[in-house]
Write a protein that binds this ligand. Structure first.
Ligand SMILES: Nc1ncnc2c1ncn2[C@@H]1O[C@H](COP(=O)(O)OP(=O)(O)OP(=O)(O)O)[C@@H](O)[C@H]1O
Ligand SMILES: [Mg+2]
Length: 303
């Protein structure tokens, strides 16, 4: 039977120039893909040509605030200045209360913008196993991913990833559709995998596109393992009780929740339609990060 790695290789046999079938190619690292700026622009996503677009400007403000909360950015704007010693605060979960509020749109925009604009190494993980959208948005082929890796820890995560040619962006897709995803996410293996991804590259951001909180327990389970939760609220659409109960569930697990208001009206007369506004629910993380900032003149090497 074909192993999951062989499937990941995307090429099982190879007809060499003399017509003979050569040995199967096994992927040992990520497969590469091209980011299609035109397709991204067409679907309303971040793309580098529109540096001064409203979306790019709004994302910049969101990113700055988010990087400060996780201890990646100083108030002065200096990057990678202070990290919690001994622990990377680089695992970011994107969720919302209900379906269709813009989680994938936000997770992908953040990942694209961090990687393309700031050249920050970024890994986007699709953890919405039942409604995965990341592959489709980036035009990636189907195949094994996160669930396969969790079921078989001998698989190298690298071999399941896609790596963009134009920016330091990698994607770990969702993988096989399975029942009882929450049970899989609740395993020690899931915690180990995410911790491993967090620690193996100190200056990499990991953005996890999760399912909605009120639909399944998966987002709340993943909330245990991450450093920051970006909670997407669809302006003028998500009912307040839904936000309150979803955020309560998350805060019981992890206090580092910040809100990202999607599709918001901005401007004094509410006349402009913007994508994002962002604010921290609890500013504990930011305060903590500020406290752990090294004194001026201290080494700015990431720890
Ligand atoms: N600010 C925005 N501007 C333009 N289009 C948006 C915006 N936010 C979301 N969309 C679009 O709305 C649709 C739903 O968004 P998205 O897929 O990101 O939601 P989701 O919360 O991930 O949904 P699901 O729970 O099904 O995963 C998508 O077609 C997306 O491109
Ligand atoms: Mg989604």
């Amino acid at each position: 039977m074909m192993s999951v790695i062989e499937k990941a290789a995307g090429s099982i046999t190879d007809i060499s120039s003399n017509g003979k079938v050569s040995a199967p190619k096994i992927a040992t690292g990520p497969r590469h893909f091209d980011l299609d700026d035109n397709a991204l622009a067409h679907s309303g996503f971040y793309h580098p040509a529109a540096k001064a677009s409203r979306l790019a400007l709004e994302l910049r403000a969101v990113k700055r605030r988010l990087l400060r909360r996780i201890g990646f950015l100083r108030a002065s704007g200096e990057r990678q200045a202070y990290r919690m010693p001994g622990r990377q605060r680089n695992l970011i979960l994107v969720t919302s209360s209900r379906a269709g509020e813009g989680k994938t749109f936000s997770a992908l925009n953040l990942a694209l913008s961090f990687a393309m604009e700031d050249q920050i190494e970024t890994l986007l993980v699709d953890a919405d196993i039942l409604r995965p959208k990341v592959r489709n948005r980036l035009g990636l082929p189907s195949g094994p991913g996160l669930t396969d890796r969790l079921l078989d820890p001998s698989i190298k995560t690298d071999a399941l990833q896609f790596r963009a040619n134009q920016a330091p962006l990698s994607v770990l897709p969702e993988g096989a559709q399975i029942d009882r995803v929450s049970d899989l996410f609740a395993t020690d293996e899931c915690k180990r995998l995410l911790t491993g991804l967090s620690t193996e590259a100190a200056d990499r951001l990991i953005i996890i596109d999760a399912p909605p909180v009120l639909a399944t327990t998966e987002a709340v389970i993943l909330a245990k393992y991450v450093d920051e939760i970006v909670f997407v609220v669809e302006a003028n659409s998500t009912p307040e009780p839904a936000v309150a109960s979803a955020v309560d569930e998350l805060l019981d697990i992890n206090p580092n929740v910040s809100m990202m208001l999607n599709r918001c009206m901005i401007g004094s007369g509410g006349s402009h339609y913007g994508s994002y506004e962002y604010y921290g629910l609890s500013d504990d993380a930011e305060r903590q990060s500020s406290k752990s900032a090294p004194a001026e003149g201290a080494s700015h090497e990431a720890k």
